[in-house]
Design a protein around this ligand. Sequence first.
Ligand code: BDR
Ligand code: CA
Length: 325
Amino acid sequence: MPKIPVIIDTDPGQDDAFAILLALGEPSLEVLGLTTVAGNMGLTQTTDNARRIVELAGRGDIPVHAGSPRPLVRKPHPVPEIHGATGIDGWDWAPARSGAAVGHAVDFIIDTVLHHPDPVTLIALGPQTNIALALRRAPEIAKSIAGIVFMGGGYFEGGNMTPAAEYNILVDPEAARIVLGAGVPITAVPIDCTHRAPAPVNWSATLAAHGTEVMRACAGMMEFFERYGNAKHGTPSRPLHDAIAVGALLWPELFTGELCPVDVECAGELTTGMTVVDWLRQTGKPDNCLWLNGCVDPAELYRRMEVALAGLGRCAAAPHGSAEM
Ligand code: BDR
Ligand code: CA
């Protein structure tokens, strides 16, 4: 089976880390590179985190290109209260052995999309600043992109940062609007969908039981990631939003949704960052987005994730400070 070539644009984040590891562990995907953006943390930190994650997986060969240090027109909006001081708290990470690859993320996206022999899929797991800049600088890439799968937004579920806005869209609504208007096939994985797919309760124990370095890191991150959300929402477990977006690309049969017109509110007094989904076709605008709103089998989704993660980096990364092979 030919692999699906992907670029992952990311702001790790524990759930970004799971998404990246899932993509690396899944044989049907070919990860061409990671591009980083300011989001959950500042750009220096998200770039360093991305390096640590690929190295943990034994895939230090994957280039990580640093991108935009701030949203298009707004101020950065880091959230250490959710993700911890590093963004990927919960594990004693080894320092990254290498830094970012030469070349800006936006250049990497444009060059790769234009020159890769097969159409490339972009997976957007943070504010969409880099992708919007790439589409603005080189609009011709739109026809060579196989599709964009993004985690972000919420309509039926409201927002998780304001009553109307989800984090990734709130941080850079102008960028999301550019992306949605670019004429590229888009799949949105909003909280309407991810909130239907919480992780199994106490999943961290299941992960830790595998005993590999990657799984122990995942268990630690999962435990940390769940603490804030469970306390805030009174839930017994949390959805790994960004990993679910990769799951939606891999296993569309596990999800429900509908193709419809979607736009972003950029100037609302109460609703800035809201993804406005024309579910009942009021606007007459063309369909631009497959809007996922459900997961038919969350247990199966996390089972498949577990299988992919379990195969990773079995002898790749020694624990921090240890001489283990
Ligand atoms: C999104 O916000 C970020 O904090 C997560 O990494 C995820 O991409 C969920 O709303
Ligand atoms: Ca993210």
